[in-house]
Design a protein. Sequence first.
Length: 97
Amino acid sequence: MKIERNIEPERVNSVQAARDIQAVGGQTPLAAAASSAPVVNLSGNAQNVQKLRDAVDQAPSVRSEKVEALRKKVQSGTLDIDTQKLADLLEGQLRDV
């Protein structure tokens, strides 16, 4: 029996690839690695931040009708701000974050 040393590299690579596929249950090594990738779970705070970002992204950047109404009240001197109510609202918003 004679052993030849002139084996084509492509043939050797294809045989090795076939063995790798069999070793990982019929998947390519890359697909097997992807299917066993770790799963990332976000903490509660990170999920809340993501929800806030989504809400901000969906909101219009300027609500012109409200801005105009407030501008008219400021110019006419009729704008009445309930500072206690504003403080309570801000406190509630900060508590939820």
